[in-house]
Design a protein around this ligand. Structure first.
Ligand code: NAD
Ligand code: DAU
Length: 353
């Protein structure tokens, strides 16, 4: 018997597919509806292993389309929404900012509004979970951490659009007592990560002995979290987070980009039977990302203290697993690196090298 029907948006993307898989397998009593527009970043191959599950349903649709979202909410009696659909790549936001305004700001506002109306302002037992990013807090210097109280200071079109969407979510809470909960997470890594982002891009380029484009001096710092640990945090926050509150999620795992790229090179030299240092010779320093945030570091103690979450994997172990996944799933990479992505990749990197 179905005890709850949950809409997960962006479930064909990187993090969304891990969240869908976790919910479909862990909660057979729930009906999970995955709504995704299948942009270049959405790939149903990510969910092949669970697509036949009786408690899973895929719906193709666009969160900015008001009529389509109204129809979806009329078709299913959703008890909750976990909202991940977004444009997620900073470099793309620099070349096409309005697409980020459309999807991330308008799309989130539209979804909030459709849900509020569908739930007819009677919110008991309902929950709208907005998945956001640490980038809304801006850039740290050498020291300090982002806490839930850190003032928003977004500095890229992507983070500005996510910050705006966060503000809409909290505005719905304060204005309509809409039952929201939200989290802001650091950089995820793991399987099914689109190879425009640092780690999968480097793995793919090392494999094919292509240049490894490190922006600027490679000294920017990111806090990396195993994507399945993020999915577990989302599960916990969805079920036990306090209404109207936000939770920071992070890996307690800061790495300078250049050190991370060297570590990946050394892991892959061993796995591919290359001489130590062979892959690192492919590193090339390229023009920096405009407005490149120096450092992100999350203080996730609220989530640990109040809800008992902590990351499970050591980074070196997680990176090895990630590399193994890419080496064993070359077809997946081949499929997602054709078409639109190829054109984008050329525009992005041919100018820089
Ligand atoms: P992704 O780009 O891999 O996936 C986004 C998904 O959203 C894709 O499946 C895409 O098809 C879908 N989508 C895009 N526009 C849509 C639309 N208009 N309607 C319906 N679906 C649409 O992104 P990701 O890395 O998995 O990130 C998921 C969410 O988590 C985003 O909201 C992102 O801001 C947030 N986040 C990501 C990270 C990270 O490290 N990747 C960290 C913190 C937070
Ligand atoms: O912090 C959370 C955010 O992490 C998420 O909200 C975003 O959706 C996600 O894309 C990610 O943003 P970043 O900009 O930090 O990730 P990206 O993988 O694009 O870049 C990581 C770092 O590596 C950043 O400092 C830029 C650098 N970089 C990236 C690429 C793609 C390079 O040096 N070379 C590259 O080719």
């Amino acid at each position: 018997m179905t005890t709850s029907t949950i809409l997960i948006t962006g479930g064909a993307g990187f993090i969304g597919s891990h969240v869908v898989r976790l919910f479909v397998t862990k909660y057979p009593q729930y009906k999970i509806v995955n709504l995704d527009a299948l942009t270049y970043a959405g790939n149903l191959e990510n969910l092949k292993d669970i697509e036949a599950a009786p408690n899973y349903q895929f719906e193709k649709g666009d969160i900015t389309d008001e009529a389509a979202m109204q129809q979806l909410f009329a078709r299913y009696a959703f008890d909750g929404v976990i909202h991940l659909a977004a444009e997620s790549h900073v470099d793309r936001s620099i070349s096409d900012p309005l697409q980020f305004v459309k999807t991330n700001v308008l799309g989130t506002a539209n979804l909030l509004n459709v849900a509020r109306k569908a739930w007819a302002n009677a919110f008991s037992g309902k929950r709208f979970y907005h998945v956001s990013t640490d980038e809304v807090y801006g850039s740290l210097g050498e020291e300090g951490f982002f806490t839930e109280e850190t003032a928003y200071d977004p500095r890229s079109p992507y983070s500005a659009s996510k910050a705006a969407s966060d503000h809409f979510v909290m505005a719905y809470y304060h204005t309509y007592h809409f039952p929201v909960v939200m989290s802001n997470c650091s950089n995820n890594y793991g399987s099914h990560h689109f190879p425009e982002k640092l780690i999968p891009l480097m793995i793919n380029n090392i494999l094919h002995k292509k240049t490894l484009p490190v922006y600027g001096k490679g000294e920017n710092v990111r806090d990396w979290l195993w994507v399945e640990d993020h999915a577990k945090a989302i599960d916990l926050i969805y079920h036990t987070g306090k209404e109207g509150e936000k939770y920071n999620v992070g890996g307690f795992n800061e790495w300078k980009n250049i050190d991370l790229v060297h570590l990946l090179c050394s892991i892959m030299d061993k796995k591919l039977g290359r001489n130590e240092g062979e892959s690192a010779s492919l590193i090339s320093y390229v023009t920096d990302r405009p407005g490149h945030d120096l450092r992100y570091a999350i203080d996730a103690t609220k989530l640990t203290r109040e809800l008992g979450w902590k990351p499970s994997l050591q980074f070196e172990e997680g990176l090895e697993k990630t590399v193994d996944w890419y080496l064993n799933n070359k077809d997946w990479v081949e499929h997602v690196t054709s078409g639109d992505y190829k054109k984008y990749y050329q525009a992005q990197y041919e100018q820089k090298s």
